[in-house]
Design a protein around this ligand. Structure first.
Ligand SMILES: *Cc1c(COP(=O)(O)O)cnc(C)c1O
Length: 393
């Protein structure tokens, strides 16, 4: 194959050009315009929540959620170490500190360890969770639904309720992922905690170039988030401001793209699922690698596919796989560098991190764009199989 197969690229098969042109023609290019409201309504309707607030990026959305959750200087926020760093940085924007948790086999926050941590390392004083060693408040937990999977929300919500933690769902990778059974049957990723944040960056399941969306279990909180995102204007004529606001509102140009992308979301999810099954079929006989399954209780948007490289060939290292596949025009990527090992976070508190270290050495994300062809999936799979068997030939 002489073409390069990218890891994940956007797909503009629908009304994107039409709507962006319309926004341009009408002159509504900035933070006002009908497409912004339309996108908010379309997301709210899709997620079956009363309303949603559009913002400039997932990171901005997470920052606003953190503010509204009441995270203050010197507070702690529990975060996963296995995530994209944007889930953690907003903790620092609030001059608070992260406490790093491990992942479970879903790659999401380990609920069992979270529970033991709260039981053994903390106590409750005046409706606040206090970290024993420093006597400081732990205000919230950020739950990332990694690669479109769902964290164990049943367990996490129970723990959060008992230990007075606000729950911020980083659903930036999981738009459309939904419980199909259990207590939260019919509930979408992002709609279960106190706050849910989505991202429409270029590689997400839908894109607005850059952009995000926030939802909240309290309509009052969400209204305040919108106010903060638009420079906290209390009077739009005389410019009266009673709080510090942010310039975090999405633009109408971005939203025009988003409205078109939302029309295609169900089809994108269908293809992501179909292609996952195709990979599974083509890689079936390969004994040394497998695709990481998604949680059974959900219908996932299957945003990213994780190839797990098993023990006996891991010596060849991920780098070997990445380099060899690249020579064949196949783009792959290891998972993120763990956040507790990054320079700005090296001295932060960590709690029994083991699984994240294990998966970091073994997972490779493989091409998953919605417009990948079956022929390309077969080609990628064939090359993966060849590499696995290479040593034996
Ligand atoms: C993409 C992503 C973000 C940030 O979204 P942006 O829109 O790029 O700011 C946050 N957390 C995770 C886990 C992500 O994958």
């Amino acid at each position: 194959m002489d073409k390069i197969i990218p890891l994940s690229i956007p797909n503009f098969e629908g009304n994107e050009k039409l709507y962006v042109d319309k926004a341009l023609e009408e002159g509504w290019v900035s933070t006002g315009g009908a497409y912004i409201n339309q996108l908010e309504e379309s997301i709210a309707q899709f997620l079956k929540v009363p309303s949603a607030v559009a913002c400039q990026s997932g990171t901005a959305g997470l920052h606003l959620a953190m503010i509204e959750a009441g995270v203050q200087p010197n507070d702690y926020v529990i975060v996963p170490t296995l995530t994209f760093i944007a889930a953690v940085n907003p903790v620092h924007y609030q001059f608070a500190e992260p406490i790093f948790m491990d992942c479970d086999d879903s790659l999401c926050l380990d609920a069992k360890k979270l529970k033991i941590f709260c039981e053994q390392e903390c106590y409750i004083k005046e409706e606040n969770l206090i970290y024993k060693k420093t006597e400081r408040i732990i205000k919230a937990v950020v739950v990332v639904h990694v690669f479109g999977n769902m964290a164990d929300m049943e367990a996490i919500m129970e723990i959060a309720k008992k230990y007075k933690l606000k729950v911020i769902e980083d659903a930036t990778e999981a738009l459309g992922t939904v419980y199909t059974t259990g207590e939260y049957k019919g509930k979408y990723a992002g709609t279960i905690g106190d706050f849910g944040v989505f991202s429409f960056n270029g590689n997400k399941i839908i894109t607005t170039g850059g952009g995000g969306m926030i939802i909240a279990s309290s309509e009052k909180d969400l209204k305040h988030i919108k106010y903060l995102s638009t420079q906290a204007k209390d009077d739009t004529l005389y410019y009266v401001h009673n709080e510090i606001g942010y310039n975090y509102r999405m633009t109408n140009l971005q939203a025009a793209l988003g409205v078109a992308q939302m029309e295609e979301l169900p089809e994108f999810i269908r293809r992501k699922n179909q292609n996952f099954e195709l990979y599974k079929k083509y890689l079936e006989e390969c004994k040394t690698v497998h695709l990481l399954p998604f949680r059974k209780e959900i219908l996932s948007n299957k945003w990213f596919y994780s190839l797990v490289i098993e023990k006996d060939i891991v010596q060849k290292s991920l780098e070997y796989f990445i380099t060899k596949l690249k020579e064949k025009g196949i783009m792959t990527r290891p998972i993120w560098g763990l956040i507790h090992e990054q320079l700005p976070y090296k001295n932060c508190i960590t709690y029994q991190i083991e699984q994240a270290l294990f998966y970091k050495q073994r997972i490779l994300n493989i091409p998953c764009s919605t417009n990948i062809t079956e022929e390309e999936i077969a080609y990628v799979s064939e090359n993966i199989k060849n590499l696995c068997e290479g040593g034996r030939k």
